[in-house]
Design a protein. Sequence first.
Length: 227
Amino acid sequence: MLIGYMRVSKADGSQVLDLQRDALLAAGVDPARLYEDHASGRRDDRPGLAACLKSLRPSDTLVAWKLDRLGRDLRHLITLAHELTGRGVGLRILTGEGAAIDTTSPNGRLMFGVFAALAEFERELIVERTRAGLASARARGRRGGRPYKMTPAKLRLAQAAMGRRDTGVGALCAELGVTRQTLYRHVDPGGRLRPDGERLLRHRRGDERMQGALPGTGGPEGDNRHG
């Protein structure tokens, strides 16, 4: 049986599910088997997705319009797909970058394996680059921030490292120069952002936008000249 899931980011009516619903119905999903959410993909409390996952039975296939309708990030999607496979449930993506994923077919499973390998490769690159940056800072007498302070660079490393089974929390805290309390205030044991972590990255993006808007910094007013 095909089970469909749809999501839009806003609940204020400015976004609609019509395109996703039409695609899922065209793929053969029964209208009575459609689940939906009006929430950001980064939120954990998505009742529609929770109900959808609970309804799945062995031999069912979960169908979504695009990969980003389902998960918070690629790692979350891969974890979800592995969990579904363990339950005997298939996953099919209709369009977008993951359109070749269909874990009910050999070719679709192959493409999913490629996506999983790329996600692991990306995670390893993040870990390697951040550790190299911290080591370079220590060699110059810097710790990459005040003691026990989490920075965006450290947070990215923490996200990548906490998603790995072989990561020792104590060693990671020593590497980052933060306490366990600081680490767990920003990320959970699976590497997902907690409210403090989301605020840190949100503030960083806000600072970058403000710098870009200042005259002389490359923003829209930075090239104003008189005469």
